[in-house]
Design a protein around this ligand. Structure first.
Ligand code: KIV
Length: 295
C-alpha cells in the first residue's frame, strides 16, 4: 500500500515537473568548485575557459562572484601592485601573501599561483619546496611555471607531490632580459617549432593546462588542436581553449598600458579619479560630513 502511494506521488510530481530522477539531478547540479577536471571537461565540450588575475581579497571576491573559472595570482602583481618594471623582484613570501588573500575570498574559481622568478629554475628540489609552501600557506589549488624543456625536472618533481601544474609558453616575462623586448614571440620557425615541442612535453609529463602568451594566432591554434589539455591565451588569438587578462588592464586601472590584445571593459581609473576629486572637494568645502553622516 505504502509503495503504491509512493509510486503515485512520484508520478504526479514527475508530470508537475518537481521530481527529477537522481541521475538527471546530478547532471543539472550547479558547478560548486572549478577543478582541473572541470577545465578538461570544458575543453572536451568546447566551452571556453575565462581566467583573470587577482591579487587581493576585495577584487578576488568580485571576480569570483561574477563567475570566473580560474583566478591567477600572477607575478604581474610585481608590476600592478608593487610598481616594479618587471616581474622579477617579487618574492615567494609576497606571492604567498597575495595568494592567501585571494583564497580567503574565493568560493568557486580554481586558484592558480605563479612561482616567482628564482623559486624554481634550475633546482627541482627548490621548485618542490616553493610549491609546497604556496599550497600549504595560501590554500591555493595549483601553481604555474614559465618555460618548457628547461624546467622539465622541476615540473616533474612538483607533480610527484600531487600539486597540479599549469605551464606558460611564448612570451614568458621572467625571461625579459633574455628576450630584450615584450614583442610577439615565436614568429620565426625555429622558436615556433620549440614551442610546439615544449607544449607536447608539458602535456606528456602531466601539466593540466598551458598559458600561451603573445604568439601568432595561427601557432596558438595549431598548438591548441594538438593537445588534449586546455590552452589559455593572452594575446594569442581566438582559437585557444580559454582567455586570460590582467584584471587591472581590462578594468582600465592601468591607464598607460594599452597593448592591442587588451580589451578595456571599464575605465575605472577615470571613475576612481572623479570619486577621489569629489571627496577632496567635499572635504575642503565642508560639505562632508553632513548631519546624516555623523553620530
Ligand atoms: O603574471 C601574470 O599575470 C601572467 C598572465 C599574464 C598570464 O602570467
Amino acid at each position: 500500500m505504502v509503495a503504491w502511494y509512493s509510486f503515485v506521488t512520484i508520478f504526479i510530481l514527475y508530470f508537475h515537473g518537481s521530481f527529477q530522477p537522481f541521475t538527471t539531478m546530478s547532471v543539472q547540479k550547479e558547478i560548486k568548485r572549478v577543478t582541473t577536471h572541470t577545465l578538461h571537461e570544458f575543453k572536451a565540450k568546447g566551452t571556453k575557459i575565462a581566467m583573470l588575475t587577482s591579487y587581493d581579497f576585495s577584487m578576488a571576491g568580485i571576480v569570483d562572484q561574477a563567475g570566473i573559472d580560474v583566478i591567477l595570482v600572477g607575478d604581474s602583481a610585481s608590476n600592478v601592485m608593487a610598481g616594479h618594471e618587471t616581474t622579477l623582484p617579487i618574492t615567494l613570501d609576497q606571492m604567498i601573501y597575495h595568494a592567501s588573500s585571494v583564497v580567503r575570498a574565493v568560493q568557486r574559481a580554481l586558484v592558480v599561483v605563479d612561482l616567482p622568478f628564482g623559486s624554481y629554475q634550475g633546482n627541482s628540489r627548490l621548485a618542490l619546496e616553493s610549491s609546497i609552501r604556496i599550497m600549504k600557506e595560501s590554500g591555493a589549488h595549483a601553481v604555474k611555471l614559465e618555460g618548457g624543456s628547461e624546467i622539465r625536472e622541476s615540473v616533474e618533481r612538483i607533480l610527484t607531490a600531487g600539486i597540479p601544474v599549469m605551464g606558460h609558453l611564448g612570451l614568458t616575462p621572467q625571461s625579459i632580459y633574455k628576450f630584450g623586448t615584450y614583442n610577439v614571440r615565436a614568429k620565426e620557425e625555429a622558436e615556433a617549432q620549440k614551442l610546439k615541442e615544449d607544449a607536447l612535453l608539458l602535456e606528456k609529463i602531466g601539466c593540466f593546462a598551458i598559458v600561451l602568451e603573445k604568439i601568432p594566432a595561427q601557432l596558438a591554434k595549431t598548438v591548441s588542436t594538438s593537445l588534449q589539455i586546455p590552452t589559455i591565451g593572452i594575446g594569442a588569438g581566438p582559437e585557444t581553449d580559454g582567455q586570460v587578462l590582467v584584471l587591472h588592464d581590462m578594468l582600465g586601472i592601468n591607464k598607460e598600458f594599452r597593448p592591442r590584445f587588451v580589451r578595456r571593459y571599464a575605465e575605472l581609473a577615470d571613475v576612481m579619479h572623479n570619486a577621489v576629486s569629489s571627496y577632496i572637494a567635499d572635504v575642503k568645502s565642508r560639505d562632508f560630513p553632513n548631519s546624516g553622516e555623523m553620530y
